[in-house]
Design a protein around this ligand. Structure first.
Ligand code: ADP
Ligand code: ZN
Length: 525
């Protein structure tokens, strides 16, 4: 690049203070900037809120050429452009949301060399007319934000991102800076390959978000659990992710009925509505957004106090990125995962339906890791950081496992009650029915079936429904029971159940972890 005189460390620090008003660089920023100014490619892995944008903004200001920033989200581009313009820096954005005359004006500024930074959407950047124009410009840096969108195994895959390598061919001497907050080893590899990064500087900040408390709550009455949880938050800002558009709308409505300022967000809603929701959320006019994964990338809201996953995500990357939207201001925040084994089994079946062999393999691996984290008996944070190759040994003290370690107890008697009840109902009924019998439900259905006359009727009445749900799930987990999918998920005994049922074998179970997060007073029956 043509700006060697400006690359010294002191000068960068001066610019940092002068333009941005910051006293010092954060971990990694300076090394990444130096690399860019020396014409070297880089791969920047920093958690959300870690300060990625500065890594290309400051070199952009320091050098004479243009810095081209590829960014997938219009709102994010516009935010950054506005912020830069306010600081007196010549920046503009080019994307499909602009009116023709606005586009023309940006192109004119570009041609006249008036811009330091140009933000471009990938589809715009790949248009032939734009690529042709590029070769006539002096481009000092190509920054690819949210670079994980390049990986087709990733949860945010965007096909146009896959073609960004083309820009590299037009700009053979321009260093590329790829930035992301979420990349496991496979995704990193994809980024390097697809952008043809040449011996890049790889910077990885610690991915730990110490102010986020990770909690996993077993799903039993998920809607009620969610409503209780949100009520307890008393108007704090939060995001609830769930797996389908239909559920998004239903849950948003339930929360609204509870008097919560909630809104729904998913890709099927009209553009204006989505924009309004985003704006209201950022302005604190909406407290809770119930959303699919379509909501999130680029939300610039520091005071999100909680992120709930109503359904288990498909990878730790997705989970980590979504939970990472909580607590960007550094103040305590919570990430709650509602988890149920049968959800996981369902997702696994979907993944296994992929006809692309490699894709199936990668997705199964990613999901295995996610499931292991949800079912982990050790510190959640250790599991998460470990997944991103950040090895720690000390439990964090700020996750459900650390706060309330799982307790084992002799569950033989509970197991015998549940197993014999499964046997008594002829191995023809599902979990909830078996629990109704155990707890002595007075329902008409039970009377019609004469299940209120069974010897196991009401033998577990002293425990709650959720308690038995946890016990039975563990029995399934441990292979003593199966759910017959061909017969409406009827519970059936396996060979493993025999010795326990006959009292020949002790069975240790994990103390049901119910009500860790939600209000304890709830289960009183
Ligand atoms: P990311 O893109 O990694 O999610 P941002 O670039 O949006 O993060 O930065 C998060 C916040 O940190 C922004 O408000 C930014 O201005 C601020 N920031 C970045 N670098 C520094 C620094 N060196 N000193 C102080 N604040 C910084
Ligand atoms: Zn922990």
């Amino acid at each position: 690049s043509s700006s060697q005189s400006l690359t010294s460390a002191t000068e960068l620090s001066e610019l940092l203070a002068e333009v941005f008003g910051y006293q010092q660089f954060r971990d990694g920023q300076q090394a990444v900037m130096d690399a860019a100014l020396q014409g070297r490619d880089s791969l920047v892995l920093m958690p959300t809120g870690g300060g990625k944008s500065l890594c290309y903004q400051l070199p952009a200001i320091a050098q004479t050429g243009l810095t081209l920033v590829i960014s997938p989200l219009l709102s994010l581009m516009q935010d950054q452009v506005d912020a830069l313009n306010t600081m007196g820096i010549a920046a503009a954005a080019l994307h499909s949301g602009l009116a023709p005359e606005q586009s023309l004006q940006v192109l004119r500024q570009l041609q006249q060399g008036q811009l330091k930074l140009l933000y471009v959407s990938p589809e715009r950047a790949l248009q032939t007319s734009f690529i042709e124009r590029l070769s006539s410009l002096s481009v000092g840096l190509l920054a690819v934000d949210e670079a994980h969108c390049i990986s087709q195994w990733g949860h945010d895959f965007r096909p146009e991102y896959g073609q960004l390598g083309q820009l590299r061919q037009v700009l053979p001497n321009t260093p590329v800076m790829a930035l992301t907050a979420t990349a496991d080893a496979a995704t990193q590899h994809d980024i390097q390959q697809r952008l043809a990064l040449q011996q890049p500087l790889v910077h990885r900040s610690s991915f730990d978000r110490p102010n986020i408390r990770y909690l996993v709550e077993e799903k039993y009455k998920p809607v009620k659990q969610l409503r209780d949880y949100v009520r307890k938050q008393r108007g704090a800002a939060g995001i609830v992710y769930c797996g389908s558009r239909k559920k998004v709308e239903e849950l948003a409505e339930r929360l609204q009925q509870d008097g919560v300022r909630a809104a729904a967000y998913h890709a099927g809603l009209p553009h204006e509505l989505k924009e309004t929701t985003l704006r209201n959320f950022v302005r604190d006019d909406v407290d809770v957004v119930v959303a699919t994964v379509a909501f999130g990338m680029g939300i610039n809201k520091p005071n999100v106090r909680f992120v709930v996953h109503f359904d288990v995500p498909r990878s730790i990357e997705a989970y980590y990125q979504e939970t990472g939207r909580a607590g960007r201001d550094g103040i305590a925040a919570e990430a709650v995962l509602f988890y149920e084994q049968s959800d996981a089994a369902w997702i696994r079946r979907m993944i296994e339906e992929h006809d692309n062999e490699e894709r199936r393999r990668v997705e199964v691996q990613k999901f295995n890791a996610m499931q292991a984290m949800a079912e982990s008996q050790t510190c959640r944070r250790l599991v998460l950081l470990n997944y991103f190759n950040e090895y720690r040994h000390e439990p964090c003290g700020n996750c459900d496992i650390c706060i309330d370690p799982p307790k084992q107890y002799d569950g033989s008697v509970d197991a015998q009650k549940a197993l014999s009840c499964v046997y008594r109902v002829g191995q023809q009924f599902g979990i909830h029915h078996v629990i109704d019998v155990l707890r002595g439900s007075r329902s008409q259905r039970l009377q019609e079936l004469k299940h209120d006359q069974l010897s196991t009727f009401a033998i577990g009445k002293e425990q709650s429904h959720e308690y038995w749900l946890s016990v039975i799930r563990q029995l399934i987990h441990r292979g003593l029971l199966i759910q017959n999918i061909q017969r409406h998920a009827a519970l059936q005994l396996t060979e493993e159940a025999r010795p326990v049922l006959r009292g020949e074998q002790t069975l240790m179970l994990a103390q049901p972890r119910i009500n860790l997060v939600a209000n304890k007073a709830r289960v009183t029956d």
